[in-house]
Write a protein that binds this ligand. Structure first.
Ligand code: UD1
Length: 420
């Protein structure tokens, strides 16, 4: 297993191109189960998670070919319907094969994903949605077993205790496109990745209106067909490089980014002292001399993304003053706090809040990545820390960031891999 070694203190400068969105491509790959025809998907990032989804599709009888970011999924008339525990347990997003399998085959057996380090993460909203469409659900041996004689459109309220759910919205959409009649999803997730999935399904022949808003209307169709589609840029990867520019007092131009997907983040970064110049699908990020602390509350889109909470916390650790970061999506998503404190940060956790008191400098230390975005936060901290930081368990990082080490190297970072 590899670890990352970072020698901090370099100001990052230059251009970086953002990859296709991980959170967009995973449900879109699952949606290919809705047709036997060929689907061609472009800008697919080379990630551990996309690889896991390829393995799931292959286990269900699909042929998946990958060449330079272009994935072709084809076949099969004899589609399987069992998504195995070994694969689903390694990646929660695999649970989104439930909707398309139910939609196409009217049966599915999908392992429950289980907990993960950022919290309990239930799937009750997914189940509520497909049940409302007429599916019968049993839970046996750790699997959700779903079947239906037919699926029938319904009016479904999909809001939960923590707001809307991204993957539940996708899952239910993918089942509803094949249901008889009209489905209305209320309190649907509005994330750009849900909108991208809606666009993909429409190209396949689905009839959907309102995707990207809290009310989605779906008119069921009998059959879906093959499609070609390009994945939207990854807004979280883009946000991570913006913070990399600010934390190192650098000058990074980020290419293949959609500023319209980043409203809440841009607002907070500007409040903190970022100077951002935008042109079509590109942004240059520099900072004013001194950064200012900002308070952040994570919320469903278009609010501040929970997937940027750890990275903005890294920035606040070296910003003079006090900032309060409140996590409203995953109240336990604070695994990075202890590791940042090991690097000299002053962060106190109080329930869903982290109170960050900026310090003059962080010092490099051996730290451990606990989840995907926490790993990105430690990389950012390592880039600005005095001395050397080593980050172990970087397989978390490989789940969601394509070539992050080489991208950072090209901007001047001293970062490399070593065997653990
Ligand atoms: C997706 C993203 C993940 C991001 C998260 C929140 C993908 C592959 N992953 O995850 O990167 O951090 O959105 O923006 O797109 N919940 C329930 N019941 C459910 C489902 C969710 O209570 O059935 C809760 C969750 O525990 C959480 C909140 O709803 O508190 C939002 O979770 P959700 O949007 O479902 O996250 P994911 O779709 O799994």
């Amino acid at each position: 297993m590899d670890k990352l070694v970072i020698r901090g203190g370099q100001k990052l400068k230059g251009e970086v191109t953002i990859s296709g969105s991980k959170n967009s491509v995973l449900p879109i790959l699952a949606a290919t189960l809705l047709t036997d025809e060929k689907c061609v998907i472009r800008d697919v990032p080379a990630l551990r998670d996309t690889n896991t989804m390829f393995r799931i599709l292959r286990s269900l009888g699909k042929t998946v070919e990958l060449e330079k970011g272009v994935v072709t999924v084809s076949g099969s008339k004899e589609c399987g319907w069992v998504a195995d525990y070994k694969l689903v347990s390694t990646m929660r997003a695999s649970f989104c094969v439930l909707g398309p399998l139910l939609g196409k085959l009217k049966k599915a057996q999908v392992s429950l994903p289980g907990g993960c380090v950022i919290g309990v993460r239930p799937v009750d909203l997914h189940i509520k949605g497909v049940k409302a469409l007429g599916a019968h659900i049993d839970v046996e041996g750790g699997y959700v077993i779903a079947h239906a004689k037919r699926l029938k459109g319904a009016h479904i309220y999909l809001g939960g205790e923590y707001g809307s759910s991204v993957l539940a919205t996708g899952n239910v959409m993918m089942a509803a496109v094949c249901a008889e009649g009209k489905t209305i999803l209320e309190s649907a997730a509005c994330e750009p990745e849900v909108a991208d999935l809606g666009d993909f399904l429409i190209k396949m022949g689905a009839r959907i209106k309102g995707h990207g808003t809290p009310i989605i209307e779906i008119e069921g169709v009998k059959k879906l067909h093959g499609v070609a589609h390009t994945i939207i840029p990854d807004r979280i990867e883009a946000g991570t490089f913006m913070v990399a520019s600010l934390i190192t007092d650098g000058d990074i131009t980020i290419k293949n980014v959609n500023p319209r997907h980043l409203g809440a983040l841009l607002d907070k970064l500007k409040e903190a002292g970022a100077v951002i110049s935008e042109s079509a699908m590109s942004m240059r990020v520099v900072r004013k001399k001194q950064l200012r602390p900002v308070n952040i509350t994570t919320l469903p889109y278009p609010g501040f993304p929970t997937d940027m909470q750890a990275q903005i916390m890294a920035l606040m650790t070296v910003t003079p003053g006090i900032s309060v970061i409140t996590e409203k999506i995953y109240p336990d998503r604070f695994m990075h706090v202890a590791e940042l404190n090991r690097m000299g940060a002053h962060i106190q956790r109080e329930g869903p809040h982290a109170i960050v008191e900026g310090v003059r400098y962080l010092s490099g230390a051996p730290v451990m990545a606990s989840d995907l975005r926490a790993s990105a936060c430690l990389v950012l901290a390592g880039l600005v820390a005095k001395g050397t930081t080593t980050i172990s368990r970087i397989y978390h990082l490989e789940r969601g960031y394509e070539n992050i080490d080489t991208k950072l190297q090209s901007l001047g970072a001293k970062i490399w891999r070593e065997k653990e």
